[in-house]
Structures are given as structure tokens and as C-alpha cells.
Design a protein around this ligand. Structure first.
Ligand code: KG4
Ligand code: ZN
Length: 357
């Protein structure tokens, strides 16, 4: 019997040091044998955001422990591993370099293939860890650094349909949280505050809602939140602003996703359409429920990774590694860390005040 591939995934692109082991199962979904994530939230909290130098130091301190723990949890030995898949970008270069060099050294000493993974591809494939998900599908990637609609045609084949022209959605959540006095990363707290507030209290702008196809913009929304935040007097005011912000985001995503559905249908002429929402912000329950409803109405099958696979993790890196391993898509050990690395490298740059629709 052919040996089932076992892949070690390593992730260190930002403020999570993570390692995971995935085994081919012979079924449509693999076996996730271990998934260890060590978050640096406590280190960066007092600075209001990730401090690259401190993040890199913490990765250096922990990487061997985290990889060892992933091995232990999986019940496998280092010699059982068939390939090492590591995030090579995009991300903070000082952070990426830690996981990348560790993974390369391991691959070299074990004489096993090394696979460089795009972190965004990890998010894109994250539902495959637990769900039988076939190409092609429409992806809404909503994380701390990226917000995009992409047609995922096949492994490594992406067409960008829309992107944010300024802030990423996670960034908008985190900045709003900061203005409400919530410590970094505030995204998840906005969701909690929103449950206690009046979502109709503040009217917030929806930038480029009626233009720009399924491109998105959140900068004007942030400015409006900044202005209102200066007028708040008590906790209830904060809950109301959080609820109004959450509602506005839901409305923006509803409208833009509808447009993305239409654009996706033009390139995917099949009857069965699938819509995946991934990335840290995909953990937001109200956003999930709202997009699930839209998908039902529009005849798209909605698939979300479970919440523990939405934020940064190495299981998704191992998953992308397994798909690449099966196709023998290996990389040389000279593969560089890439701070910028778009999934659709042909898509034009759409960022900044010069963008007009
Ligand atoms: O994918 P991720 O873990 O890291 C990046 O690759 O950026 O995403 C992190 C982002 C942060 O901005 C965080 O505040 C946001 O996801 N986030 C949320 C929620 N959980 C995490 N935003 C809104 N609601 C949530 N429940
Ligand atoms: Zn991420």
C-alpha cells in the first residue's frame, strides 16, 4: 500500500508561531493530526499593534518548541514527515525569515522536499481541512492585511475580482476597536460590544458602495468612526457605535458579495457555485450568518472554515503543502521570503488616493 503523505506546516508571518501536521487520508478530507498555535497578543497589546522586532524575537524563542509540540501531539516522529511546508509570504520579513529558515534547515537535514507556501493560499484552502471543497470557487478573503474577492480556479490559479483600495477589513475592525479604547487586536471585541448596542444609532458611510464593482473601501468609514468616537460619553455609546459599525460592514459585504457572485458566474458557467469566506474576520458570526443568507438566496453553497481555522494557523499551511506535495510542486531551498506576494500576480495595483471609479 502506498504510504499516506504526512506534511509538517510552519507559520510565522505575523504574530502567531504555529506548526501543524496533516496526513493524507484516502478520503476527500485529510486527517489533521495536530495544530499548535502560540499567539503573541500579550507581547503586542501594550503597543496597540504588532511590533515586528519583538514578534521576530518571540518566533525565534518558540519555533523549536512549537514544532516539537506539533510532532508530539500528532504521535508521529520527525522521520515520518514527507515534506515541510512553510509560509514564505506575504508578511513581516523578519518574522517570515524565522519559520522559513527553520523549515529549510529541517528539510535539508531530513533530506525531504521543501514547499514555500503563500499565506493567503493557506487561508484560501483552509476549509479543505474539514470539508470536501472542489475547484472552482469564489473566495472572500477577509483578514488583518487583506480583503479580496478571488475566483479560485485551481491550485495556484487565482483571478482577483475585487480588492480593498485602502484598509483591510480586519484593520478597520482593529482601528475602530482602538478608538473605542479596546486593546489590540480588537476585532473580536467589536463583535461582542455590537451585541449590546443599538445598530441604528449612528449612520456611517459606505464608501464606493454604488461604484467600483466588487472593489471595497473602508477608509472613509474609519474617519467617520474617529469623528463620532470623540463625542462618546459612556459605555452604552461605545456599544452603539460598535453595533452601527458591525451593521455597516454587514451591509457593505452583502452588496459587494452580490456583485462578486454575478462576476464569478460570468467566468464559471456551471450550475453549482460555491462561495468560501476565509481569514481572521470570517470568525465573525454575524458576518457569517449574513453571507450565508445571501448565498442561499443566490444559489451559492456557502462554506466557512470552522472558527478555529479562521485566524492564522499552520494547519492551513500544511493543507496547501499537501495539495502541492501531491502534484510534486516543490521549491528550492534558495526560495526567498516575500513580504509582498499577491495570489493573482497579474491583477493591477489598486490602492491609494489615485484610484478613481
Ligand atoms: O487572518 P488573520 O488571523 O491574520 C492575518 O492574516 O491578517 O486575521 C486577523 C484579523 C484581525 O484584524 C482581527 O481583529 C480580525 O481578524 N478578527 C475579527 C474577528 N476575529 C478576528 N474581526 C471581526 N470579528 C471577529 N470575530
Ligand atoms: Zn492570515
Amino acid at each position: 500500500m502506498k504510504k499516506r503523505a504526512i506534511i509538517l506546516g510552519i507559520e510565522s508571518s505575523c504574530d502567531e508561531t504555529a506548526a501543524a501536521i496533516i496526513e493524507e487520508s484516502g478520503q476527500n478530507v485529510p486527517n489533521l493530526l495536530s495544530n499548535v498555535v502560540s499567539s503573541q497578543t500579550e507581547i503586542h497589546k501594550k503597543f496597540g499593534g504588532v511590533v515586528p522586532e519583538l514578534a521576530a524575537r518571540s518566533h525565534i524563542d518558540k519555533i523549536d518548541l512549537i514544532v516539537n509540540k506539533a510532532l508530539q501531539d500528532s504521535g508521529k516522529k520527525l522521520s515520518d514527515i514527507d515534506a515541510i511546508a512553510v509560509t514564505a509570504g506575504p508578511g513581516l520579513i523578519v518574522c517570515l525569515s524565522v519559520g522559513l529558515n527553520f523549515g529549510k534547515a529541517l528539510a535539508m537535514s531530513l533530506k525531504k522536499p521543501f514547499i514555500a507556501i503563500n499565506h493567503l493560499e493557506g487561508h484560501a484552502l483552509s476549509p479543505k481541512i474539514v470539508t470536501d471543497l472542489k475547484y472552482p470557487y469564489l473566495l472572500l478573503l477577509i483578514s488583518g492585511g487583506h480583503t479580496q474577492y478571488l475566483a479560485v480556479k485551481n491550485l495556484g490559479k487565482y483571478k482577483r475580482l475585487g480588492t480593498t483600495i485602502d484598509d483591510a477589513l480586519g484593520e478597520a475592525f482593529d482601528k475602530t476597536a482602538k478608538l473605542l479604547g479596546i486593546k489590540f487586536p480588537g476585532g473580536p471585541f467589536i463583535e461582542k460590544y455590537a451585541l449590546l448596542g443599538d445598530k441604528n444609532r449612528f449612520k456611517l458611510p459606505k464608501p464606493i458602495i454604488n461604484k467600483g464593482g466588487c472593489n471595497l473601501s473602508f477608509a472613509g468609514l474609519k474617519t467617520a468612526v474617529l469623528k463620532i468616537s470623540k463625542t462618546l460619553n459612556n459605555k452604552q455609546d461605545k456599544y452603539d457605535l460598535a453595533a452601527s459599525f458591525q451593521k455597516t460592514i454587514e451591509e457593505i459585504l452583502y452588496k459587494k458579495t452580490k456583485i462578486a457572485f454575478d462576476e464569478f458566474k460570468k467566468i464559471n458557467l456551471r450550475k453549482n457555485n460555491t462561495f468560501v469566506v476565509a481569514g481572521g474576520v470570517a470568525a465573525n458570526k454575524k458576518i457569517r450568518d449574513n453571507l450565508e443568507k445571501l448565498s442561499l438566496n443566490e444559489n451559492f453553497k456557502a462554506i466557512f472554515p470552522p472558527q478555529y481555522l479562521c485566524g492564522d494557523n499552520a494547519a492551513m499551511i500544511a493543507m496547501a503543502g499537501l495539495e502541492r506535495y501531491k502534484l510534486k510542486k516543490f521549491n528550492k531551498l534558495s526560495y526567498p521570503a516575500k513580504p509582498r506576494w499577491a495570489l493573482d500576480e497579474k491583477a493591477i495595483f489598486l490602492k491609494g488616493s489615485g484610484v478613481k471609479f
